[in-house]
Design a protein around this ligand. Structure first.
Ligand code: PLP
Length: 628
C-alpha cells in the first residue's frame, strides 16, 4: 500500500488483498463485495480474450452517479436550499454507448440528464431516453442544423437547453425558433474572470474561447425581451476548466456566477438554473494536493461549496435559489475502467554482458575506463568518477566515428561505463550526501519494462499533457518489488513511454515492480482511464481499439463476478479500412504475388497456400502483440 498508494487514488474501489492481488470493491456501501482482479484475468484468459484489454466495472459507474446525486440532495436538504439539483453527464468525457446507457439508467431516479458539445453528440443524446424532468444541455459552437435538432428535442418534450457560446448564435436560434414556431429554452454562457488552476485554466479569463461578456449577456436578455421571448432565457452557465486542483477557484467561480445570476434576476430575467459546468477533480496521483494530477478537496466539499456558496449570495441579494446544474464528467467515469496488459520484455543497458578483458594493443581509452572502474572502490569522490566516465564515454563515440577506436573497443567502453554507473549507484545508497546530478542515476540505471499497449491509444494524456495515471501490478504485491522501472509501449515512437508514477514519495519517475519470471505472466493495470483516455486515443502505428470486457458483481456471491459483455477491439483490417485501404483487395494482391513465386518455383504450392492463409489470418487478427 505504501508503495502503490492504492487507497489514496482508488476512491474506495480498489485495495490490495491479503494474497497480494489487487481487489475491486465496486459497491462502496458493501465492502463484502470484493472481486479478486487475478480471477478476472484468469477468466479472460479462459475465454481466449487477447490482451491488452479495457476492463469496465459498470457497478462503479452506477455508484459514482448515485454518489454525486445523493451528495447534492443531502447537502441541499441540510442547507435548506430551495432549488433542486439537476446534474447532467457530459458525453464527451466518454461517449461509449454502454457507458452512457449505464449512466442514463443509474441516473433516471435522480432526473440526471446529458450534455452534448457537438452535432454528433447531440444526435447521440437525443436517442437516449432520460427522465421527463432531466435536462439536456447543449454546449459548443452550433450551426443551423444543430439548432434545428435542439428544437426537434423541444418538440419531443425534452427539457433541452441551448447554451449560447457566442452572440451570433442567439440571433440564428431566435430566427429558426420563430420559423419553426417552437419555443427554445436558452442558456447564456458567461466568460468568467475567475481562472481555474490546473491544466485547463485557459477555460476562464478574458481570452477564454467560449462565452459572452457581461455586456453581451445584458444585451442578450434585452434582445430576447424585445423579441417576446424573455421567458425562454432560463439558465446561466459557466465552466472555468476541467480537473480544478484548488477548491478556492471553485468558491471564487461560484461567488462570481452567483452575483451575475442575482443581478440578472433583479433586472427581471426569470432565470431558473445556474450551471457551474465541470471541473470536479480526481486525485490521480494520490497526493490530495494542488498538483496538476490531484486536487485539494473531495466531492463532499465541492458540493458544499456550490450549494452554500450560491445560497449565501442569493440570500444576501434576496433572490430565489436557482436549481443547480453541474456537468461533472471526469468524476463520474474516471474510476470505472482500466487497461490490463502484460509485460513482454525488459530493456536494461546496465545488464548487458560483454567480455571487457584487456586485449593486446587496445586503445588507451579502453584501459582508462577499466582503470577508472578499479579506482572506484578506493575513491571517495563519486562526482569525479561520474564526470570522467560520462565524458570518456562521449569521447569514445567521437573517436569511433573518426575510426580511432574499433567497434569491439567501443562495446568494451560502453560495458565498463554501465558497470561503473551500477557500482556508483550501489555506493551512493550508503552515502550521506548525493550530488544533484547523481540523483538521476537511479532513473538511468532502471529497467524499462516493455508493455503490450500503445500510450497513444490508451493513455493519450500521459503523453500529451503529462497526466499522471496510477499503474500497479495486479498480483505479487505481498512480495518485495526488487526492480525499479519505467514503462515503454510497443509503438515505434520514443515518446511511447510512461515515466511518471504514483508512488511512496508522491510522483516519481520509476515504479517498483517484480522481476519477470520465465513462463509466468506478469500483468499490470493502468487505472483511472475511464474519463477522456478511453475515447481520445488515436491509432498511431495502426494500433487500434482494445478488446473490452464489462464486469458486474454477482448478487448471490459477494466474491464472484460475471463478464456481462465482451466487445471485440479493432482488427488489422478495421484499422486499414479507416485508412482507406481495401483489406480484401490487399489479400488478393498478396495471393497473386505468392502465386507468381509458386509458378516460378521459389515457393512450393502447399507452402504458398499456407502463406496466403497466414497473411489473411493476420489481417483479421488483433493489432497488438499476440502473447498466447
Ligand atoms: N462542461 C464543459 C463545458 C466542459 O468544457 C467540460 C470539460 O472540460 C466539462 C463539462 C467536463 O468537465 P469535467 O470532466 O472536469 O467534469
Amino acid at each position: 500500500e505504501r508503495l502503490y498508494r492504492v487507497k489514496r487514488w482508488g476512491g474506495g474501489y480498489f485495495e490490495i488483498g491479503d494474497n497480494g492481488n489487487l481487489h475491486i470493491t465496486p459497491v462502496p456501501g458493501n465492502p463484502e463485495v470484493r472481486i479478486d482482479f487475478h480471477s478476472v484475468i484468469e477468466e479472460m484468459k479462459e475465454e481466449g480474450i487477447q490482451f491488452p484489454v479495457v476492463v469496465r466495472f459498470h457497478d462503479i459507474l452506477r455508484s459514482q452517479v448515485a454518489e454525486l446525486n445523493t451528495t447534492f440532495r443531502s447537502t441541499i436538504e441540510e442547507a435548506d436550499y430551495q432549488g433542486r439539483y439537476l446534474g447532467v453527464y457530459p458525453v464527451k468525457v466518454n461517449q461509449m454507448r454502454e457507458v452512457v446507457e449505464e449512466i442514463v439508467d443509474a441516473g433516471r431516479q435522480f432526473d440526471y440528464g446529458l450534455e452534448a458539445g457537438s452535432k454528433a453528440e447531440l444526435l447521440t443524446v437525443l436517442a437516449f431516453q432520460t427522465s421527463d424532468e432531466a435536462l439536456t444541455i447543449l454546449n459548443g459552437y452550433k450551426d443551423e442544423e444543430f439548432m434545428r435538432l435542439a428544437l426537434l428535442g423541444r418538440k419531443l418534450g425534452r427539457k433541452i437547453i441551448v447554451v449560447v457560446e457566442k452572440y451570433s448564435e442567439l440571433l440564428s436560434l431566435v430566427r429558426i425558433a420563430k420559423e419553426l414556431d417552437i419555443d427554445p429554452i436558452i442558456g447564456l454562457r458567461s466568460k468568467m474572470t475567475v481562472k481555474g488552476r490546473g491544466k485547463w485554466e485557459s477555460s476562464g479569463g478574458d481570452r477564454a474561447k467560449f462565452g459572452l461578456t457581461i455586456a453581451e449577456i445584458i444585451n442578450a436578455a434585452r434582445y430576447l425581451e424585445e423579441q417576446g421571448l424573455a421567458h425562454t432565457l432560463q439558465l446561466l452557465h459557466f465552466h472555468i476548466g476541467s480537473q480544478l486542483t484548488d477548491i478556492r477557484s471553485v468558491k471564487d467561480a461560484v461567488a462570481e456566477g452567483a452575483r451575475i445570476y442575482a443581478e440578472l434576476r433583479k433586472m427581471g430575467v426569470d432565470l431558473r438554473y445556474v450551471d457551474v459546468g465541470g471541473g470536479l477533480g480526481i486525485d490521480y496521483d494520490g497526493t490530495q494536493s494542488t498538483s496538476e494530477s490531484s486536487r485539494n478537496y473531495n466531492m463532499k466539499e465541492y458540493v458544499a461549496d456550490v450549494v452554500y456558496g450560491m445560497k449565501e449570495v442569493c440570500d444576501l441579494e434576496e433572490v430565489p435559489h436557482p436549481n443547480l446544474v453541474t456537468e461533472s464528467g471526469r468524476a463520474i467515469t474516471a474510476h470505472h475502467s482500466c487497461v490490463i496488459t502484460q509485460i513482454v520484455g525488459e530493456i536494461k543497458n546496465s545488464q548487458i554482458k560483454f567480455d571487457t578483458a584487456a586485449a593486446e594493443d587496445e586503445h588507451v581509452m579502453v584501459s582508462n575506463m577499466r582503470d577508472l572502474f578499479e579506482t572506484l572502490e578506493t575513491s571517495d569522490n563519486m562526482q569525479e568518477i561520474f564526470n570522467d566516465a560520462s565524458q570518456w564515454k562521449e569521447q569514445a563515440m567521437d573517436a569511433f566515428k573518426l575510426r580511432v577506436v574499433s567497434l569491439q573497443e567501443l562495446a568494451k567502453i560502453e560495458t565498463l561505463y554501465w558497470q561503473i554507473m551500477s557500482r556508483l549507484h550501489q555506493k551512493l545508497k550508503e552515502a550521506e550526501f548525493v550530488p544533484e546530478e547523481l540523483q538521476e542515476l537511479e532513473y538511468h540505471l532502471s529497467s524499462q519494462y516493455l508493455c503490450n499497449f500503445s500510450v497513444f491509444q490508451s493513455a493519450a494524456d500521459t503523453w500529451a499533457i503529462d497526466q499522471v495515471l496510477p499503474v500497479v501490478p495486479i498480483t505479487r504485491m505481498n512480495e518485495k518489488p526488487s526492480v525499479k522501472c519505467s514503462l515503454v509501449d510497443i509503438t515505434c515512437d520514443s515518446d511511447g513511454k510512461i515515466d511518471q508514477f504514483v508512488g511512496e514519495h508522491g510522483v516519481q519517475d520509476v515504479l517498483p515492480m517484480h522481476p519477470i519470471k520465465a513462463g509466468e505472466d506478469y500483468f499490470i493495470g493502468l487505472f483511472l482511464t475511464g474519463a477522456y483516455q478511453d475515447v481520445m486515443g488515436d491509432m498511431h502505428n495502426l494500433f487500434g481499439r482494445l478488446n473490452e470486457v464489462h464486469i458486474f458483481s454477482d448478487d448471490d456471491d459477494p466474491e464472484d463476478f460475471y463478464i456481462e459483455e465482451v466487445v471485440t477491439g479493432s482488427s488489422v483490417s478495421n484499422v486499414l479500412s479507416i485508412m482507406q485501404y481495401n483489406p480484401s483487395a490487399m489479400a488478393q494482391d498478396v495471393k497473386r504475388i505468392i502465386d507468381k513465386h509458386v509458378a516460378a518455383g521459389s515457393i512450393k504450392p502447399r507452402e504458398g497456400v499456407k502463406w496466403t492463409d497466414f497473411y489473411e489470418d493476420c489481417l483479421h487478427g488483433y493489432t497488438y502483440l499476440k502473447t498466447r
